[in-house]
Ligand binder design. Structure first.
Ligand code: S3P
Length: 447
């Protein structure tokens, strides 16, 4: 949105059946964690399948500024050489986390308990997003933050020399906040505890255990989860194989469902149960989606996913499912527009503080395609009639997922759909256009 380069509008046209057997880039959440935890381990961590998206490359760049060796060996293969917890050094220049909320919030946790001082910033979108949600618990551990009013980037982080462990109950269902506190707990003596009332993705817990940290997870009588991390472990370098990102696969999956005659297989996709709410929902809508060859890699469950074109019907999506599909509402809203009947999605307040105000971006975008869409408080209702008209240009607000979701709509709409800008797509899904066109989709630059 504020990038000085000119906008790059893209157009997607009605396409014939999508067919193919593909992989999508590595999981964004796991890629950030592999780099950061690898940087805190002793020895050389080899990461295969790392997402080479701009968000993750910003994290790699920031770690280099903090004294860590991060080497690209080959496409998607990296080696991180760490010197153990506490060994990061003050960066000489500002850490620029680009568009990445995950990079910024998780790294803030890592830095919070290192005896160093760093200035962190990001692009205009990231500088509008709330950092108070991590500043608040990390300040309780002894870290000093000087942020812009409202807890926004840029901010200076002065890590605590004598951090104190805390017990923190998450006020919002956020894996980023949970992870930030746990990562700060690594260089804190004693036990750091996070209580999450609603389950969020547990990639940090799984990856920490993979590197040798001691964590205990238990359920509380009120149904909340309690995660207790023993501080100052010695993490040992471990190989990591990053699975395909289910949030990226989601775009291909919905495309295959709505473009008649399609049959697509996605290989090696992460199916962590805290990430697959979309797949559950699409199945309830009548989507023909099967998980085969289920296996495990570095503690993460993985499967191949086969998707065949299906007639979809509207469903009610409960608020309790939101954390397991928080990034998937833009593409679910598109699926809902092609379905028959009303799909009502509840518990979407967090969508307002993503890379853009996604609730509003989805609503405005679908309105301009002539769909029947209504925002009701924190819920969204999309009433489909089995087809969608073309249109645009859709305002994407430099949000990768808004851009990709509306391009998918264009593949099955009555006419082309244009999005105003595709420059944000490589933050999470480099190669998106090429991969889709390889399946038979008609997506390209708009005239
Ligand atoms: C992420 C957590 C989610 C998600 C984001 C990645 C993570 O954010 O939207 O894309 O890797 O922990 P919140 O923690 O804000 O829900």
């Amino acid at each position: 949105m504020t990038n000085p380069d000119p906008l790059r509008p893209l157009v997607a046209r009605p396409s014939s059946a999508l067919k193919g057997d593909i992989r999508v880039p590595g999981d964004k959440s796991i890629s950030h964690r592999a780099l950061m935890i690898g940087a805190l381990a002793v020895g050389r961590t080899r990461i295969e399948g790392l997402l080479e998206g701009e968000d993750v490359l910003c994290t790699a760049g920031a770690l280099r500024q903090l004294g860590v060796e991060v080497n690209r060996i080959d496409a998607a293969t990296y080696e991180v050489s760490g010197f153990g917890i506490g060994a990061l050094t003050s960066p000489e220049t500002v850490l620029d986390m680009g568009n990445s909320g995950t990079g910024a919030r998780l790294l803030a946790g890592v830095l919070a308990t290192h005896p160093l001082s760093a200035i962190m910033t990001g692009d205009a979108s990231l500088c509008r997003r709330p950092m108070g949600r991590v500043i608040e618990p990390l300040a309780r551990m002894g870290t000093r933050f000087d942020a812009r009013p409202g807890g926004r980037l840029p901010m200076t982080i002065t890590g605590s020399r004598l951090p104190v462990p805390i017990e923190y109950r998450l006020p919002v269902a956020s894996a980023q906040v949970k992870s930030s506190v746990l990562l700060a707990g690594l260089n804190t003596p004693g036990i750091t505890t996070v209580i999450e009332p609603e389950e969020t993705r547990d990639h940090t817990e799984l990856m920490l255990a993979h590197f040798g940290a001691v964590l205990e997870t238990s359920s509380l009588p009120d149904g909340a989860r309690r995660i207790a991390l023993t501080g100052q472990p010695e993490l040992e370098a471990r190989p990591v194989n990053v699975p395909g990102d289910p949030s990226s696969a989601a775009f291909v999956c919905v495309a295959a469902l709505v473009v008649p005659g399609s049959d697509v297989t996605l290989r090696g996709i992460g199916i962590n149960r805290a990430r697959i709410g979309l797949y559950e929902t699409l199945r309830e809508m009548g989507g023909d989606i099967t998980f085969t060859d289920q296996r495990e890699d570095a503690g993460e469950p993985v499967a191949d996913i086969r998707v065949r074109a299906s007639r979809l019907k509207g469903v009610e999506v409960p608020a309790a499912r939101a954390p397991s599909m928080i990034d998937e509402y833009p593409i679910l809203a598109i699926a809902a527009a092609f379905a028959e009947g009303a799909t009502v999605m509840h518990g979407l307040a967090e969508l307002r503080v993503k890379e853009s105000d996604r609730l509003s971006a989805i609503t405005r975008g679908l309105e301009s395609l002539g769909a029947d869409v209504r925002e009701i408080g924190d819920s969204l209702q999309v009433t489909g009639a089995g087809h969608v008209s073309g249109g645009g240009p859709i305002a994407t607000h430099f949000d990768h997922r808004i851009a990709m979701a509306f391009l998918i709509a264009g593949l099955a709409a009555d006419g082309p759909v244009t999005v105003d800008d595709g420059r944000a797509i490589p933050t999470s899904f480099p190669g998106f256009t090429g991969l889709m066109t390889g399946l038979g989709a008609d997506i390209g630059p708009a005239a």
